[in-house]
Design a protein around this ligand. Structure first.
Ligand SMILES: [Mg+2]
Length: 362
């Protein structure tokens, strides 16, 4: 299967309700899709949602990276020589992990199609079902309590609570959520870099009074403040998950060696795709550190790529793949099956995408 061309398409999907974190509020998700076509006419798909406030990669920069750098490096290569394709993809330009990720997904989709196997089986096949958490956007305490209760009533047993906008109000938010859903629900907290190190420690210790089942706290302080991350990690019992602090395998190695986090959040858009994410898995496995797989606001294709990786590798023990549930998507089908909080796989080759309509003008 020789790579013949890469086509780029765009898709905007409205959220059911605004998605709010401490760094942004969005009402719809803009997606860039790619279709990598082989000379035999087989197509592999990838999709990402540009998130410049996290990655720095704008829509224009991603398209430019693919058109001007990636295409000339990988067109003409054989999918069966996956290592060569991935080395060339990653050498195409520095940075722009979003552009690399979206093409990487489509290449792995083709790799699965070449060997007629679902991707998660080719990559290790460790498990065939995942349980995702459900994100509760940061809002007034009563709104968050209502959203949390709604999610629990829909069957979600793990909630990811977005905080990081004033730690005093954050405490009221957590108390309101506890009063609404009780203490049996597993809670993940994501501050999206919103606190100072000492503020984070004070807040997280104060939370202990609420007797909640807290699985982890995600990125309590600024991404670059690894000493601050280490300070929080050393001073609270709740496991600290590094998200914005870890993009690359080298970042993962550094943060683990420093003892600046207990867990690593892998996102394909930060890592530059599955190829680099596998290296993060290897680093984490080496040190006995568990990983979560996360997402931004990707649709089904991007989430399918993340889910296939997560199912393949033992070290990925936590799943934050709820974005397809927060929006309605009519242009894409296949990949994954959501049954409440459970995610399973179609036993189709590659990522298992069965339909992409109205995106590539063909
Ligand atoms: Mg996060």
């Amino acid at each position: 299967m020789k790579i013949k061309d890469i086509k780029i398409g765009f898709l905007t999907i409205p959220y059911k309700k605004p998605f709010k974190t401490s760094v942004r509020t969005i009402v719809s998700s803009d997606n860039i899709l790619v279709k990598v076509i082989t000379e035999e006419g087989t197509a592999g798909f990838g999709a990402i949602s540009p998130t410049a406030v996290i990655t720095g990669d704008t829509k224009g920069a991603i398209v430019g990276a693919i058109e001007e750098h990636i295409k000339k490096n990988i067109i003409g290569l054989e999918i069966e020589n996956l290592e060569e394709v991935m080395v060339r993809l990653n050498q195409s330009l520095v940075g722009n992990t979003s552009a690399k990720a979206v093409v990487d997904m489509a290449l792995y989709d083709l790799y699965g199609k070449l060997y007629k196997a679902p991707l998660y089986r080719l990559l290790g096949g460790y498990r065939s079902e995942l349980v995702t958490d459900m994100t509760i956007s940061v809002n007034d305490p009563e709104v968050m309590a209502r959203d949390a209760l709604e999610a629990v009533e829909k069957g979600f047993s793990i909630l990811k609570i977005k905080l990081g906008k004033d730690s005093d109000i954050d405490y009221s938010r957590m108390k309101a959520i506890r009063d609404a859903v009780g203490t049996d629900i597993m809670i993940r907290i994501d501050a999206n870099q919103g606190w100072k190190p000492k503020e984070a420690v004070r807040f997280l210790r104060r939370l202990e009074d609420l007797d909640l089942k807290i699985d982890l706290v995600e990125q309590p302080v600024a991404a670059h403040d690894l000493r601050g991350m280490k300070y929080v990690t050393e001073n609270v019992d709740i496991p600290v998950l590094a998200d914005e602090s870890v993009f690359s395998p080298a970042d993962a190695l550094k943060i683990i060696e420093m003892g600046a986090a207990d867990l690593i959040n892998i996102k394909l858009m930060k890592a530059g795709g599955i190829y680099n994410a596998l290296k993060i898995c290897a680093v984490a496995e080496t040190y006995g550190v568990e990983c979560m797989i996360g997402c931004s606001s990707e649709g089904l294709i991007g989430i399918a790529a993340a889910a296939h990786l997560a199912a393949a590798r033992a070290v990925i023990t936590r799943y934050d793949l709820d974005s397809p549930l927060l929006r309605n998507e009519d242009n894409v089908a296949g990949g994954l099956v959501y049954t409440g909080e459970k995610i399973s796989f179609l036993e189709e080759p590659g990522l298992g995408i069965t339909m992409v309509e109205g995106v590539f003008n063909d």
